[in-house]
Design a protein around this ligand. Structure first.
Ligand SMILES: O=C(O)CCC(=O)C(=O)O
Length: 295
């Protein structure tokens, strides 16, 4: 099938855009999971979280949106249909991101246990939760998370959690395999990978065209048909993006962070309410930054 992926179109599955490898057979084996994460740049764990809890959280998020007039009247709430004149609802509000049903999933004992094994240490999570309803035609551009959250531990791991079964054409997360270690990405890591969006007053997405990444640096994009209960985790230097939501239904997901408890923390994200540190004034466009880096 042809998938809209940011501003590009790619065939899936293909040599350029393949399927994430399920590592759930490695659960409990710290050394094996670390080796896999070092090699692949990610761990995809099918069914790590209790599916019934994830679906209960999905229902409560959709009810919250419906109560605020964000869903199409007359359609089943559980379908999460986006109206034409869609109204934005802030799901990063702790009223919903920290509601019982949602926090049960985002701070599940299964996640703490996974990261204790993986990081071989006591772990903590950030109180800020990036809970998202991504609508029609929307996507996330290609980026490293370090540009947003690199002011603390370098061992921060993102966990992407879908709140439903999400087909690729509804906007799934994709990672660029090898972007954390292949020599072709070295210049990207040394330039773009060294910025901080606040300190350097620069846009965060490197681009909106996953195909350009392959052409310039190499690697291979990977995603999957996600199911409620699956998680995808990766470190600060794995390039990722989302496919475009081409449906009229919201794509619900949340990204949360885990790191060793004794490492420094990025002060922007430890609390429920973020602490923005960018001062007022013009922000450098990525186009200008890239011209300076000659990439
Ligand atoms: O869900 C998305 O569209 C973006 C998620 C993301 O960028 C992340 O998990 O770091």
């Amino acid at each position: 099938m042809t998938v809209r992926f940011g501003e590009a179109e790619l065939e899936y599955p293909s040599a350029q855009f393949g399927e994430l490898r399920d590592s759930s057979n490695l659960l409990g084996g710290g050394d094996e999971m670390r080796a896999r994460l070092d090699d692949d740049g990610y761990l995809f764990l099918r069914g790590l979280l209790p599916r019934d809890q994830v679906l209960r959280a999905q229902r409560s998020i959709l009810e919250y949106m419906d109560e605020r007039g964000a869903l199409t009247p007359g359609k089943p709430v559980l379908e999460g249909v986006m109206p034409r004149d869609a109204k934005w609802v802030n799901l990063m509000n702790p009223d919903i991101s920290h509601s019982d049903a949602v926090i049960t999933v985002l701070e599940s004992p299964d996640l703490f246990s996974l990261f204790r094994d993986l990081l071989d240490d006591e772990v903590r999570t950030y109180a800020y939760k990036w809970l998202r309803a991504v609508g029609n035609d929307s996507f996330t551009g290609c980026h490293y998370d370090v540009v947003y959250m690199g002011q603390g531990s370098q061992r921060v791991h993102t966990v992407w959690i879908p709140f439903a079964d999400i087909p690729i054409y509804q906007g799934t997360l994709a990672i660029c395999e090898g972007s954390h270690r292949l020599p072709g990405f070295q210049r990207l890591r040394e330039t773009y990978g060294k910025i901080d969006v606040d300190r350097d007053r620069t846009e965060g997405w490197f681009n909106k065209d996953p195909r350009e990444i392959l052409d310039k640096f190499g690697g291979r994009w990977l995603t999957t048909e996600f199911r409620a209960g699956d998680i995808l985790t990766f470190g600060l230097y794995t390039l990722h993006a989302s496919t475009t939501n081409t449906t009229d239904r919201y794509r619900l997901s949340c990204d949360v962070r885990f790191q060793p408890a004794s490492d420094p923390v990025d002060p922007r994200w430890v609390n429920k309410v973020p602490r923005h540190t960018r001062t007022d004034g013009p922000v450098r466009s990525m186009e200008e930054a890239r011209a300076g880096w000659r990439i």
